[in-house]
Design a protein around this ligand. Sequence first.
Ligand code: FAD
Ligand code: NAP
Length: 507
Amino acid sequence: MAGARGRASLGRCWLGGKGGGWAGGSPACGIISSLCFMPAGLKRWLSSAAPAPRVCVVGSGPAGFYTAQHILKHHGGAQVDIYEKLPVPFGLVRFGVAPDHPEVKNVTNSFTQTARSERCAYYGNVTVGRDVTVPELQQAYHAVVLSYGAEDNRVLGIPGENLPGVLSARAFVGWYNGLPENRHLKPDLSCETALILGHGNVALDIARILLAPLPLLRKTDITAGSLAALACSKVKRVWLVGRRGPLQVAFTIKELREMINLPGTRPVLSPADFTGLENAIKDAPRPRKRLTELMIKTALEKPVEKPVEVQAAAAREWGLKFQRSPQEVLPSADGTRVRAVRMALTRLEGSGDSAKAIPTGDVEDLECGLVLSSIGYRSLPLDPAVPFDAQRGVIPNTSGRVEGVPGLYCSGWVKRGPTGVIITTMNDSFDTAQSVLEDLQVGTLDVSSSREGFGAVESILRSRGVRPVSFSDWEKIDAAEVARGRAAGKPREKIVDPQEMLQLVGH
Ligand code: FAD
Ligand code: NAP
């Protein structure tokens, strides 16, 4: 099966021919030697007549694509194959980023350019660790980069956590963003008060989706099913609860401002939580200072943008609660679902980012009908052949080189843990790609014998009944989604059933 390949650019020069034709043979030195602006590593590789380095990337989120992009840009002979478990690419850009933040998703344009490169191929619908093992990939490629993100979430580990009405933010986000595994979630939105545990940007995303006016959501790529459920939602109050104080919140100012300005809602911040904080932030780093000032302004001052009467008339409200650590989820009288969360009140030991929340011994019950636990994502081990630090939830590595396994690399959330925005992920993926390039240059990565790449993997997959989806297949799914969305006045209507995706591409 051929992946979608286009022409690859190298600085101001174009390299013709399919990279696959070079593998195992001498590259077209006649044409290439006359090319200018050639990176030193490429020149060395060309003159060595070594086989084309074949690199495999596992995962097609930002980490996978940025790693591939950097390798392809800085090594004109390398070929990169990207394997993705889902039929569709882009990881959390498609399944995490909020539907009302379409501008963030523009990164997929550059990922698409990468995937269309002649020296890059995309193989969706292949779960590494199940359909093909990491040792099998290592046999087929000179280097394997693991960029498979964080597919699970942290758990609270408290009684009642599994009661109906308690959901992970990860599942809720997956539901409104069309992640196949969450398409049947059916969150019960018949209560008036929802509690979100955690003070990160994911917590703000889900608060906004719960409270946003429907006309605003209708214009986004939120799934039809979740839009219909939100249209019937009775939720009109959302509390975001953190175990530490206002100086330790993990969300950022742009996202907080968006929440404060959300039409039809009013923020409810207790002035007592913010008194005296102005002094405490005098020497704080600028982003923390500005963020805290915005909270103080919202809590203490009369709002400028929204007159008091407008605020009072707002049908929906949200607020931040601090220094409350979840201790137990309490059931309704009949025991069938959540009624409240018992919070341990905390005091802070230490200051700044490293302050610790210590229970005071007092508790408070916060009544609610829906609990969304937004305390972070978590990576999982992939394959017994890959070391995994279960405590930190990462693959142990140095600059992306997996410890103790030459030729194996990692990038993105599975490399450094489940925090950081797309730009952070881009930088750490470039760092990993740089390690691969350096190892190619100094010979730590042995490319003296050619590797078959997808040719070898294809026969393994066929023997196991797995049919990969190419990038041009994805483009068919993409076109179908955009067409369905257009009919509904949306940028796209995501297909949420993988079987339907596969049927669309003739599988
Ligand atoms: P992912 O994006 O998760 O990609 C991993 C990929 O690997 C996925 O496609 C997955 O399907 C695939 N995979 C998993 N297991 C396998 C396997 N066994 N075999 C093959 N493939 C596999 N950042 C911003 O800058 N702006 C935002 O607005 C923003 N919003 C966010 C909203 C949410 C809810 C979340 C959770 C994060 C958000 N981020 C945002 C952060 C950003 O999404 C991450 O920094 C980035 O996606 C991490 O990239 P990654 O490639 O490591 O992981
Ligand atoms: P996060 O930023 O790490 O926030 C996690 C929150 O959960 C923190 O408030 C943390 O509190 C709390 N928490 C952790 N364990 C807890 C426990 N046992 N009990 C109570 N509270 C607990 O994670 P996230 O919100 O999942 O976001 C992940 C990354 O994606 C972040 O880097 C985020 O910025 C990014 N993202 C960005 C955007 C955007 O740019 N718009 C949107 C979404 C996500 P402590 O600080 O006390 O540990």
